[in-house]
Design a protein around this ligand. Sequence first.
Ligand code: SIN
Length: 309
Amino acid sequence: MDQNSSTATALGMDIRPMTGYTGAEIFGVDLTAPLEPAVVAEIRAALLQWKVVFFRDQFIDRDQHLAFARLFGETMPGHPTLPPSFPDYPEILLLDNKQGTGNIKEEKSAGGPRIESRWHTDVKFVQAPPMASILRAIVVPPYGGDTQWANLAMAYKFLSPEVQQFIDGLHAVNHNALPIDRGELPGALAKAFMSKPMRAVHPVVRVHPETGEKVIFVEPNFTSHIVELSRRESNHILAMLCEHIQRQEFTVRFRWEPGSIAFWDNRATAHIVPTDIPPGMHRCHERVTLAGDIPVDSAGNESYVLESD
Ligand code: SIN
């Protein structure tokens, strides 16, 4: 058995898996320089295999961030309900615990651990959620503020066949009505986030359009209920699935440094925003999302919209 922890590729990249199933760091690539199509193809292959890939010491600017993203797909507006963060860069979403999220000037981390951050898949409440997100670290606290991702394809694979069969034909409503009556998000941000009610029905198990893998496509933030079940049944099944996707076996935790970049397959992952940023410390990231296709279940049924702007 080869016990090497990394894979040196023919193109000089070094792909180092971080856990048994999820996440790999990619070294030997310079994102400030134009990338050859073969390099892009290798990064894409690593993304499809590990679901989230990380780069270190990539001090790129906004134009380079967008140019890198466009090598993999079409960039989208920063967020469907939040105002643009930057007039000149409508596709970049600012996530800054001092300046706010989007253009909402509110200190998101002010509540610290009292804010219950939830695992989620980005912009899950539209008919075609993003294919991927690319998050660039600009300012990071010296400790705290790590992000975690879960591999939802692996989570499906490790369900028992009977549960897989049961959930395969189910569909769930996903909405942007955040569970905020508990005061977990500051007011202005939550208000802007929910300013336009948006709801879409997605398969509980989607088929990944590139790998063909089955993926659990529910999470505790945006998934409201399973349409084929009673609310009581739905609550229990969702609680079981949401607990299952968070198991440490399917997750990876990333320690940010300035110049770090995380690139995740939003069709096959959920992630959780940290709330352990030490009081008074600054954390600032910028995110670009890539357009995705309409999810399908294993019978080929497409997701559909219930409510949109
Ligand atoms: C996100 O949800 O896209 C941001 C994750 C983070 O700030 O760690």
